[in-house]
Write a protein that binds this ligand. Structure first.
Ligand SMILES: [Zn+2]
Length: 258
């Protein structure tokens, strides 16, 4: 089903860009189970642990394929209600991010100091400018973010994604959004009283087979947050070896910049 959608889009693009161009080639080389062939990826997230709990398995696929991956994290996550280890969360979580990034093969993790819980109060253009700077610094071919609804519904997740999409519009980059199948979101919400927001099958563009070994290691590096009772573990169990993504900004009409 998803492969058909990709083919149809590819066909339209082929008519539009008969001689091909970078974005078109990326799109048509993307099947239902293959991530785009980006050589440099910037992941934009709100909190330390989002890159592991959420994007970890996808980042692992990119790094195993030889892509350079950088993470831009917009807060220190100091407002978390979880305290799996004693100490100041702001500094603890920064150190946890650094360790998790190492485990995931991320070449650089940049931590901004915006207030945890307050991203949506900040000017979107200001956050987008930070994303633009990070994307230019690493020569990103594309951005990886949480889905527009934030996946967990957290307003910081939505703001981080909005900043990523706005930045991508400014510098003409494609954006992939990590999401959950609706069935998994509904199951988690029913079982655990969570508030995950997923997507129906027909709204999902890519389903990628992943190996979760490094994601699990990186998640455990977030000692203050990865509690045995965390909904994370059940989510990983339900997702199995598959992650789902949507194009939040497709590479259609993108200009190739150097
Ligand atoms: Zn988060």
């Amino acid at each position: 089903m998803v492969a058909v959608v990709a083919e149809i889009r590819g066909a339209n693009l082929a008519e539009e860009y008969p001689e091909g161009y970078k974005g078109y080639m990326t799109m048509t080389s993307t099947s239902a189970g293959t991530l785009p062939e980006w050589t440099s990826v910037l992941a934009v997230v709100a909190h330390p642990d989002d890159e592991s709990f959420g994007l970890g398995a996808i980042l692992d696929v990119f790094t195993r394929a030889g892509a350079g991956v950088e993470v831009l994290c917009l807060t220190h996550g100091e407002a978390s209600t979880l305290h799996g280890t004693p100490g100041d969360l702001s500094s603890l979580r920064g150190a946890e991010l650094a360790e998790a990034a190492d485990l995931l093969g991320v070449s650089r993790a940049t931590l901004k100091n915006h207030a945890d819980g307050g991203l949506s109060d900040l000017p979107g253009a200001m956050l987008a400018a930070e994303v633009v700077a990070a994307a230019r610094s690493c020569g990103a071919d594309g951005l990886l973010v949480f889905d527009t609804a934030g996946v967990t519904g957290h307003c910081d997740h939505m703001a981080a994604t909005a900043a990523g999409v706005l930045a991508a519009e400014m510098i003409h980059l494609p954006v992939l959004g990590w999401t959950l199948p609706q069935a998994v979101a509904a199951r988690l919400n029913q079982e655990l009283g969570a508030s995950f927001i997923g997507h129906q099958d027909e709204e999902i563009d890519l389903r990628v087979t992943v190996d979760r070994a490094r994601q699990r290691l990186a998640s455990h590096a977030h000692v203050s947050q990865a509690l045995p009772s965390s909904v994370l573990w059940r989510r990983l169990e339900l997702l199995g070896d598959t992650e789902s993504l949507r194009w939040l900004r497709q590479p259609i009409g993108a200009t190739v910049t150097s």
